[in-house]
Design a protein around this ligand. Sequence first.
Ligand SMILES: Nc1ncnc2c1ncn2[C@@H]1O[C@H](COP(=O)(O)OP(=O)(O)OP(=O)(O)O)[C@@H](O)[C@H]1O
Length: 267
Amino acid sequence: MSTQEKPNAPNTVLEVKNLHKHFGGVKAVNGIDFVVKEGDVAVLIGPNGSGKTTAINLLSGIYTPTDGEIVFAGGNIAGLKPSDITKKGIARTFQNIRLFPELTVLENVMIGSHTKGSVGIIGTLVGRRKGLMEDRTAANKALEALRFVGIERHQEQAKNLPYGQQRLVEIARALVSEPKLLLLDEPAAGMNAEETVKLVKLIKKLNQMGLTILLIEHDMSLVAEVATRAYVMDFGRKISEGDIQKVLNDPIVIQAYLGEEIEYDYA
Ligand SMILES: Nc1ncnc2c1ncn2[C@@H]1O[C@H](COP(=O)(O)OP(=O)(O)OP(=O)(O)O)[C@@H](O)[C@H]1O
């Protein structure tokens, strides 16, 4: 324990140090630092193009950082393959839903369990579809996760579910890998008001059950409901941090959002 840490302070789950991702001349992520503590619902906010999704792509191994460290589960995971990062305990959902549209909802969620095994997703789909369906443990886990997120139509092809429900299927798929940290990239995008209310309840329930969450979200009403800590990005840099009320009243943040609507209807 460091001398500054209080005896009962929550453990650090994730520490991002001086993280960079440059695409040619574009510094999409330009030296950010942040910490996610156990039990947090941390949120990354910022105007369009500020680097939030790139940051999540770095954390989940989709991109290799240009520089910097991502410390998770006792080591630097920067540059590891996505499947290895999932095995270490980080699962995610995507801004643009990435389900297999022709597979059933159940099959899509079962794929999440198989990120723990040795067979890759493509191998699973192409060579082992039948075997996969015989994997009772994975099926039971998937059904449990689907029940948890409130999806009943598990034998339906994923493409036939409304968009908002497809997002919940992605969350179920992430949950079956039993993550320590769940990354949600704009989980409310495309959801109607009723679906968003259910999503807020789900995020709170997951968090109460002990899951640490880091999300990107433009819907500030949702953020205000769930976030324990907010980090604000602009032009690849962190420009503010703290509780959500504080950061939304921060003149630097207001300036960064000028010309964009901050969707925020809380008093
Ligand atoms: N693969 C890529 N190649 C080149 N430039 C990229 C790539 N991915 C992102 N960028 C650029 O990096 C910057 C940050 O983009 P990013 O998608 O991370 O922002 P964001 O904050 O998630 O935006 P939004 O809120 O609109 O989703 C943008 O200028 C974007 O055009």
